[in-house]
Design a protein around this ligand. Structure first.
Ligand code: ADP
Ligand code: UDP
Length: 236
């Protein structure tokens, strides 16, 4: 597969055209951003770690019957993905309160959320990713009610698979963000699943092993991602 023009350079990844009109190459860079791009740093080995991590998780999800965009690992920092027409919303599932939710609603950090909450946010750095509801998505034409139901159902199904996978590694899957896109009219999971877009705490000590280490300047960011990878059996 030949890598062609860089079509999009996001905050952490770049998307390239290929000689196949149905596929892109996704390159994971070492760039690490937080607060919608207001804090940016380069962290050694991050691109490689997240590429391997994402590939491992996407394959586990595929085995569980979730349609995913990842096709093939091409190098330490690149993977081949299906070309999707992305739905411009982020789907967030929360098992435990952390991050924006406890600030927004005044609930304590670390509360078990049963059933887990589900939220949509508009993907817009300029607007600071505002929360949106089903009605906004349909009225603004970002997706149909059927798309909404599919994204919500797939997000919850992914929760069952991943909560169990991380639990067996002594980790709590606190929350995570997913993005979906259309391929031949079918909604499938796109973007990435890595410690950049989820929260993972050690079950015993509640040590944070995700991007909150970067957001909060706790240090040992990539070492934490590598520890999670090792604990779930993901080769790096
Ligand atoms: P951001 O856009 O938030 O800065 P990234 O740096 O992660 O994020 O850039 C990756 C971009 O590629 C995102 O905008 C994401 O929506 C998009 N994307 C992810 N997977 C696919 C895909 N399979 N097809 C098309 N676009 C994709
Ligand atoms: N998240 C993400 N990208 C975003 C917003 C959130 O990957 O643009 C992830 C984040 O890492 C966390 C979950 O979604 O795992 C919930 O994030 P939250 O709403 O608490 O926002 P935060 O306070 O982390 O910005």
């Amino acid at each position: 597969m030949e890598k062609k023009r860089e079509l999009y350079r996001g905050k952490a990844k770049s998307v390239y055209e290929t000689d196949d009109p149905n596929h892109y190459i996704m390159l994971f860079r070492d760039d690490t951003s937080a607060f919608n791009g207001k804090k940016i740093e380069q962290l050694d080995r991050k691109g490689r770690t997240n590429n391997h991590f994402n590939f491992f998780i996407m394959k586990k999800l595929e085995e569980a019957g979730i349609p995913v965009h990842v096709e093939e690992l091409l190098s330490d920092t690149e993977c081949l993905v299906k070309k999707l027409e992305m739905v411009p919303v982020e789907c967030v599932v929360r098992n435990v309160s952390a991050g924006s939710i406890y600030k927004r609603y005044g609930v304590k950090e670390g509360l078990d959320l049963n059933p887990p909450t589900f939220e949509f946010f508009l993907k817009s750095d300029a607007l600071d990713d505002p929360m949106v509801n089903d009605s906004h998505i349909v009225s603004f034409g970002w997706g149909t009610q059927e798309d909404i139901d599919t994204m919500r159902n797939l997000s919850y199904k992914i929760n069952e698979v991943l909560k169990d996978l991380f639990d067996k590694a002594g980790l709590i899957l606190v929350d995570y963000k997913l993005e979906f896109g259309k391929y031949n009219g079918q909604l499938i999971l796109g973007d990435e699943f890595s410690p950049d877009g989820c929260r993972l705490w050690d079950k015993e000590t509640r040590k944070k092993l995700d991007k909150d280490r970067f957001r909060q300047g706790l240090g040992g960011v990539i070492e934490a991602y590598e520890e999670v990878a090792r604990r779930i059996g993901c080769p790096l």
